[in-house]
Design a protein around this ligand. Structure first.
Ligand SMILES: [Zn+2]
Length: 101
């Protein structure tokens, strides 16, 4: 199986509300800050119940297909979000909100 990145318009808020951050083995829930979540076929945070529909990993930075492949095998139902894109957009939003009065 091969992977390519396809650009599409998304609702960034929906992604932010349903994402899990993972490394090779374990996950982190950005909502309740729980770390060490066992990620095999997980769909929900065991701590706060957040529904996971998206996954990203700092280890996939700069497009590492082998990392994406490994995580996809563990979480086949979640859409893999490009880490660099996610950071760029959420960082931009954060900066915008700082300047809102
Ligand atoms: Zn949680």
């Amino acid at each position: 199986m091969e992977y390519i990145r396809i650009w599409t318009e998304v609702d960034i808020k929906d992604i932010q509300d349903h994402i899990i951050m993972v490394d090779d083995k374990l996950g982190f829930c950005p909502q309740c800050k729980k770390i060490g979540i066992e990620i095999r076929e997980i769909r929900k945070c065991p701590s706060c119940g957040r529904e996971f529909r998206y996954v990203t990993s700092v280890e996939s930075k700069n497009g590492k297909p082998d990392i994406v492949n490994r995580i996809r095998k563990k979480l086949p139902d979640l859409a893999f979000v490009d880490y660099d894109d996610y950071e760029r957009i959420t960082g931009k939003k954060k900066a915008e909100s700082l300047f809102k009065v």
